[in-house]
Write a protein that binds this ligand. Structure first.
Ligand SMILES: *Cc1c(COP(=O)(O)O)cnc(C)c1O
Length: 432
């Protein structure tokens, strides 16, 4: 039997429509949508009817139960020291790229020439920006991701024919996806040559013939073969009379001293590759995208292939990519080039704000990550805490992803913008 005070409470519980019309609730509806807010209001009404909250608290209870954003994707601080972290969305975008992306989210002239009113080439701004940075390329095309760029290139050049590739480059790019399967899925046949550790020019030569569509060179970006090895470079492969596709992986346009073992697009093209493919969200520091860079006629051929339509990039990607290529240095490069002494001083400043003995400053090596420059360490520093902090920090409203190493929780500031240091210090206090 309901208690008398429940009956009273029930009569006093405000009606759903009345709560939904209140200014703060209406504002939440404009942010999150009506369904989510109505469910929260109805839940709060039930609590009020059951006497668990006061009827006048329905609005506040409903509001405090609402999710913070319209998406379940939660912004996190990357304190792992892994610069291109695939599970954390790879490259964080520059402010310029975010602004470009936000503007493009509305209605934009992505495929329209405003001067003539006629249809124009999709992605022309991003393409122009890429060709400006990379005059070695006669053409460029932007697709959905690196894997799509590779599949488009091999399919357009070799569907129904053979893609000649070294056994040392038959890589798995992560999450169980293997390049050979990807290429075969779109209709080209793989012709493997050489062995895992050694492949020579003669191995390629003996496999070439009328069935050859292209020669593929893949940068084995996420592992290193050491010892008795030999591979054949693009310059030599390009002499064999078939188009060479080079998947360089991480999207370095030109060589960089920090990642000397990463191949770059400029060199690959200068060496005679017909097509270079790579990701937009690794060392290029942009949005998820795949770049196809190459000779004008080969890129034109790929652009006309039916598969190009299935892997095309969206307007926000094109905007962010153009802003990344044209704009200020991307955040991944701030992280890669972070000065160790500065990192050490930032760590010390955070430790000084925490209770004595809670944290120390320790050396910490960052890595490039994202399947790039394996084995190459980036010397730096971290705030070391007791291991259980890793879980506490991850479960905050604004999660901090730390690294657990040798029984300690390491908060590596390399990938954290310096403005966010106070948030990190607060997070450590909150997680304690
Ligand atoms: C990362 C990578 C890919 C896949 O690129 P996505 O952008 O993740 O699709 C393909 N090949 C190589 C060599 C890579 O490093």
């Amino acid at each position: 039997m309901p208690q008398p005070h429940h009956t009273d409470a029930r009569r006093l519980v405000p009606r759903t429509d009345a709560v939904l019309a209140r200014p703060a609730v209406a504002q939440a509806i404009s942010r999150l949508g009506r369904d989510v807010v109505r469910s929260a209001v109805q839940l709060a009404q039930e609590q009020a009817r059951a006497g668990r909250i006061a009827p006048e608290d329905v609005e506040e209870t409903a509001l405090s139960a609402l999710p913070q954003r319209a998406t379940s994707l939660t912004p996190v601080l990357n304190a792992t020291g892994v610069v291109v972290h695939t599970n954390l969305g790879r490259a964080p975008l520059s402010a310029a790229a975010v602004e470009a992306m936000t503007a493009a989210a509305g209605t934009v002239d992505v495929e329209l020439d405003l001067a003539t009113g006629q249809r124009s080439t999709r992605g022309r701004g991003a393409v122009a920006a890429l060709l400006g940075r990379l005059p070695e390329a006669g053409g460029a095309l932007v697709v959905n991701n690196g894997a799509a760029a590779l599949v488009l290139a091999t399919t357009a050049l070799a569907a129904g024919r053979e893609v000649v590739v070294s056994r040392g480059e038959m890589v798995e790019i992560g999450d169980g996806f293997r390049l050979p399967d990807l290429i075969a899925s779109a209709g080209a046949r793989l012709r493997e040559v050489g062995t895992t550790n050694r492949t020579t020019l003669a191995d390629y030569e003996s496999a070439l013939g009328p069935d050859t569509g292209c020669i593929l060179k893949v940068h084995p970006s996420n592992f290193r073969v050491e010892g008795f090895t030999s591979t054949v470079g693009v310059a030599e492969l390009a002499t064999l009379g078939h188009p060479v596709v080079h998947d360089i992986g991480s999207g370095l346009l030109r060589p960089h001293r920090l990642v000397p073992d990463e191949p770059d697009a400029a060199q690959a093209l200068a060496d005679g590759a017909a097509v270079v493919t790579c990701s937009g969200d690794k060392l290029l520091g942009g949005p998820q995208a795949g770049l196809v860079l190459g000779t004008a006629d080969t890129v034109a051929r790929l652009r006309r292939h039916p598969l190009a339509r299935a892997v095309r990039a969206d307007k926000t990607t094109l905007a962010a990519l153009e802003a990344t290529v044209r704009g200020p240095r991307a955040p991944v490069w701030d992280a890669l080039e972070a000065d160790p002494d500065t990192l050490r001083a930032r760590c010390a400043a955070i430790v000084a704000e925490l209770p004595d003995g809670l944290a120390t400053v320790v050396p910490s090596d960052g890595v490039v990550g994202g399947g790039g420059a394996p084995g190459q360490l980036l010397p730096g520093w971290a705030v070391a805490l007791a291991e259980p902090y890793a879980v506490g920090l991850r479960q905050l409203d604004r999660p901090v992803l730390a690294r657990v190493e040798k029984g300690r929780c390491l908060v590596d500031l390399r990938c954290i913008p310096v403005e966010a240091d106070p948030l990190v210090a607060q997070a450590i206090r909150d997680a304690g």
